[in-house]
Every structure is written in structure tokens, then in C-alpha cells.
Design a protein around this ligand. Sequence first.
Ligand SMILES: Cc1ncc(COP(=O)(O)O)c(C=O)c1O
Length: 388
Amino acid sequence: MTDFNEPINRIGTNSIKWDTILKTYNEEELLPLWIADMDFKAPHGVLKAYQDVINHGVIGYADTPESLYESIIDWEQRHHQLTVEKSEILFFSGVLAGITTALQALTEPNDAILIHDPVYPPFANIITTNRRKLIRSRLIEEDGHFIMDLADIEEKFKHEKIKLMILCNPHNPGGRVWTKNELNQLGELCKKYGVLVLSDEIHQDLVFAPHEMTSFFAAGDSFSDFSVQFTSMTKTFNLAGIKNSIVFVKNERLKKQLTRKQEENFQQEINTFGLAGMEAAYRTGDTWLKELLDYLQGNVAYTLDFFQNHLPKAAIMKPEGTYLLWVDFSDYGFSDEELENLLVHKGKVVLNTGVSYGPSGKQHMRLNVACPRKTLEEGLQRIVTALN
Ligand SMILES: Cc1ncc(COP(=O)(O)O)c(C=O)c1O
């Protein structure tokens, strides 16, 4: 049984989460509850696969063996009832690398691209740095969780002539696991208005029962004709540093455009460690993942309870998946800058600032609870110190 309570010192390991905050804030002894990686060791089976590569000692160019494809196909079938074939799988050095390449392959400069507000910040960066037009559709908060504003989306499809939408499924930062029905309604609109979809499903395995992951492909008839899916084992098994990801593309025309751009950018060769870790994770990671989800659910429950008792003015969203919690601090009346300053310099705790996720993120913060319970307890206590 994995001991997720084991404290692991990450300081001095070139960790973005732990080592960059001193430079950013010029403040000692900060506790990081930001950026989406976990303070847990990767599964034993993955570490052993790395050890085997190291013991062999020659780290040459890596092929993608048949057994790797089989491990992915098997995982998707067993965990997500998604049928994919070898010919529908591409590899990239990260989900964002894949999304960027797809955006370049499937759209032109000045094309209008839709994303939700709030949503994972790099989507907006990718769109603007590639000189596409950024359009946002605000999510509606209803009964303590986000729902899509389909009327607004349709309006924008029609009047902004949206070419493509980048969807976060499950949703970061709100933790929504979009239902089949929601995805179906969205997809039918995309079909009607000829909008392509890039579905970022990197959080696909981090879903809490009874919620169920639905991949965009599976949400409606022929949705794979106008969409591409992106996933990875890096979020699931805490391997973000190996920069490795998978693309599922079933439509031949989309695949051709995507592989052509991948070759133009010479992105088709994949990191040896990434491939070894991927196959090992998918072959040996089931039990670890089950234990992880139990532990994360415990941390989520602890956090919700803590907020209710100690920070009742903050409105915190209960996630259906992911280890990320979206918190509305607006009732405290602080500006975004004041809120960040209080948390960092008075509480000595670092969260992600909400405005980076879109204009609706004003006075919000995103909280990462994927750490040992003791670290979480300390971090939450620091939020109280900052705000009270
Ligand atoms: C929704 C989403 N997509 C992509 C990424 C980053 O993926 P990668 O490191 O594979 O580019 C993250 C990381 O937090 C994420 O939350």
C-alpha cells in the first residue's frame, strides 16, 4: 500500500513548485499549494522501469514498440471504454506541445478560437502567441459548480465565426467532469457550425466516483470526425517532468494535417524515459491510482470541511475530479493584488491567482491539495493566518 503521507523534501530539486517561489516573491519558507504536480513519489513500477534504463546505461534514441501501443489501447478500453487503434495514436512531448501543433495545423492566423472562462491559462497564451483571435465563453456557476453557457457559445459560434474550440475535459480549475449529455450538446453545436474541437483530457484518470469520465469522441455520433483528443499519463502518475503525451486522432484528414505539422516542427521523436515511464505506468499503475484517488478524496473532504469551519466567507467548489479546487475569496473584499500579498507575505502560502484563468477569476485562487495531509493542514492554517 502506498504511503501518501510520507513527507518528501523537494527543495533544491529544481522543482518549479518548490524552488521558483523564493525568486518570484523574495520571501523565505513559503509553502506551495499551486501548480499542478503532486508531492508524491511516482508508482514503484514506473521507477523500476527508469532504473532498468539506467542500469542498462545506454540512453539512445527510442522507438515506440508494439507493446507501448497495446498498453495505451488497453488502458483506454479498461478505464474509459474508449476504443482506439494503433493508427489513431500519435506521441508528443507534452499535451501543450500537441495542442499548439494542432492549432497551427488546423487553423490560420486571425482565426477565432474559443475557450472557457475560467480555464487553464496556457490555452489563452497558445492562441495569442500564435496570432489567433482569443474568444472566451464564461462558465456559469450554478449550485456550487460550473455549467457551460450553451446559448453564449452558440452566439459566439455564429457571430464570431469560431474556427476551433479548446476544451478542458475534465475542467481545470473547476474540477467539473463534464457529463456525456453536456458534451453531446456542445458537440452538436460544434457540428452545426463547423467548429473543430481540441479536447484536453489530461485529467481523465483523476475522477471521483460516482462521476464518470466521458471522452469527447464518445459523447456523440461521429464527434471524432471534427475533434482531436490529448491525454497523458503524466498528471495521473505524477510524471509531469518527463514531458510526454498522447494524441488520439481518428479522422484521416485531421491526422494528415497534424502529422505534417509535427514533421515540419521535427517533433516526432520522443524522450526515451518518457516512453519507458508511459508503458510501465499503464501496465502496472492500477492499484496505485486507486489508492491515490482515495487519498485525494480524503484531502478534498478535509479541505471542504476546513473551509466551512475556518474560512466561511470563502466559497470553495467541490471538485468531481482533479486535485485542484477553485476558491472565491471575493467576500473578503480584497483586490487580487491584496489577496496575493496577504497569502504570500502574511500567510507564507502560495496558490495560483484566479485572474490568470480569465477575467471571471478575479478575487479567486486555485488550490492544489495533492500533498501529504500534514502539508495540507499546515497550508490551510496559513490561509487562515493570512486572511483573519
Ligand atoms: C488541462 C491541462 N493541460 C495541459 C497541462 C500541461 O500538460 P503538459 O505538461 O503535458 O504540456 C496541464 C498541467 O497542469 C493541464 O492542467
